[in-house]
Design a protein around this ligand. Sequence first.
Ligand SMILES: [Zn+2]
Ligand SMILES: [Zn+2]
Length: 246
Amino acid sequence: MRLQILGPWVLAPLDAAGAAPSYLVSDQHTTCLLDCGAGTLPLLQSMNVLPHLDAIVISHMHHDHYMDLFPLANTLSKHSLRIKLFVPDFNGRSILTEISNVLFEGDNRFSKAFEIIEYGVKDELVVKGLHMTFQETIHSMTCYAPRITNGNKTIVYSADSEYFPEFSQFAQGADLLLCEATFLDPLPGHMTGEQAGTIAAEANVGRLVLTHLRDDMDVNEQNRQNACKVFLGTVDLAVPGAEYRI
Ligand SMILES: [Zn+2]
Ligand SMILES: [Zn+2]
């Protein structure tokens, strides 16, 4: 399996090289996009991913995690492409319908570009060779974190969440944990580097990659060092363009 970091930045792209939250997970025959924050589309275009993209999975409907669905809908329609779009059952479809009504004057631009499928926390999504199960996180909006496996290797993505022990059970034994570390000090709805490291240690994962990073690299590096104090494996900060093969 392969994980590619497109967008490690919280809220907005930091520069042309890196988007707001977005990640590609793929195996030999399958390519899935996790979240689609601002700045994702130009990166997908420059990597020529769109013709091969099998599905998009949105963790939750905070704007920084799905903003580039708007221009992506236009681009897909123009090229007569239609992609599976999995959105949370809590509010995914209703928000897209409202936006479509306002921005696209109700012409259902989203349903033309995407096969919109609502998913719940108990669902198992199968996209060709990749299987996904979910854990509801603790966040200011209903948010589902995916555990993705090809039957051999496993990647877990925290999406947005504060620390809670059940997440360590959900992430148990993953080869790679892509975990948010937004703040240096604990705040509701998000994690610190130390808390991400605690989950990595409790779950005994192979490798920890910190993401959902702010534009203060000193804070990010401090979070990485704090994670290293509790997790003895490799801890990286997510970097745009980084690629992990597991
Ligand atoms: Zn959020
Ligand atoms: Zn977020």
